[in-house]
Design a protein around this ligand. Structure first.
Ligand code: SAM
Length: 311
């Protein structure tokens, strides 16, 4: 067996070393980072045992030999097996909160993080938000971040996948939110009884079946149930739109990420006045509807685009 050379000891040099390899391997970035340097830094900080907040001072630190060997192995797996970095480290960040992840859940990366950071301004009065539902909670990231953002609320989080709910449970425990976040195994609204919510949030699966194979290899490490949504990608969105009105309070809002299927959604429900939200930090394909919009859908005057950001 040939002896592999260890990565450099200095953190900054190790980051440059790993990023160079990632660049040459033409990896796909889309699981929490969007460039080789950030991806490399996540792995170096992980083996160093340093929090992200230790940057930039930590760039000068030196990694012991065991950490350098561990880094070499993570970089190898990232390149050869195309494993997303978050699965290699077991943790990622969402709306400023740590989330444990493994291959039972999608790696959190939804633009919902930005909406939650702004407490859904200007669409709700935060102190009036008492009940929130997150459909397809996966790791629990949206439910947990929403619970932090609205401390006076109770959050229900549903998912069809028992494995995902186990991961979500450990995250709820990590965040000490067991009294406020309830996890429910359910197909969309089915297991929720007649409960109504001030906000229904969802990042459901929305990739059409035939598009799955075209996704970069990294996505094959993610659960198919988290991505695939039938022939047109609308299977779960359709179930949400069908029954959302029955589960919203009179002033409630429904916010759903549909990504690249936005045009198809707008075309499939031409009478619904979707408000398509804008984002400062990237992402899109997220619509907002009010309870009233769902009860008596009026003729849509064409797609509306939400401007939450001034200037
Ligand atoms: C795109 S992932 C989103 C996970 C998480 N909310 C996030 O933003 O990272 C979609 C999630 O919906 C779940 N799911 C798929 N079909 C579902 C259904 N019919 N009812 C409830 N959850 C479903 C999947 O198991 C997966 O965890």
């Amino acid at each position: 067996m040939t002896q592999q050379r260890l990565p450099p000891a200095e953190a900054a040099a190790a980051i440059r070393w790993a990023a160079g390899r990632f660049r040459r391997a033409r990896l796909s970035f889309g699981h929490g980072t969007d460039n080789p340097l950030d991806e490399a830094a996540a792995l170096v900080f992980h083996v160093g045992g340093w929090p992200h907040s230790a940057a930039p001072a930590a760039y000068k630190k030196r990694l012991p030999a065991a950490a350098r060997a561990a880094l070499g192995e993570l970089v190898r797996r990232r390149i050869e097996e195309r494993v997303p970095a978050a699965y290699l480290t077991g943790v990622t960040w969402f709306a400023g909160h740590a989330m444990q992840v493994d291959e039972r859940v999608l790696v959190p990366r939804s633009p919902f993080a930005e909406l939650i950071g702004e407490r859904f301004s200007p669409f709700v009065r935060p102190h009036e938000v008492k009940r929130i539902l997150d459909i397809g909670t996966g790791s629990g990231c949206i439910a947990i971040a929403a619970a932090h953002a609205f401390p006076g609320s109770l959050v229900d989080a549903s998912d069809l996948s028992a494995g995902a709910l186990e991961v979500a449970r450990s995250n709820v425990r990590l965040h000490r939110l067991g009294r406020r976040v309830r996890l429910i195994k359910s197909h969309v609204f089915r297991g929720l009884g007649k409960r109504r919510y001030d906000m229904i949030l969802s990042n459901p699966p929305y990739v059409p079946t035939r598009d799955l194979d075209a996704l970069p290899e990294e996505y094959r490490h993610e659960p198919r149930l988290g991505l695939e949504a039938g022939k047109d990608g609308l299977r779960v969105v359709r179930a949400i739109l069908k029954d959302a009105a029955k589960h919203l309070t009179p002033e409630g809002i429904l916010v759903v990420e549909v990504g690249d299927t936005a045009a198809r959604v707008a075309a499939a429900w031409p009478r619904l006045p979707f408000l398509w939200l804008g984002f400062e930090h990237g992402g899109g394909g997220v619509f907002l509807l009010r309870a009233g919009d769902l009860k008596s859908p009026r003729k849509a005057p064409g797609a509306r685009r939400g401007k939450r950001h001034v200037g």
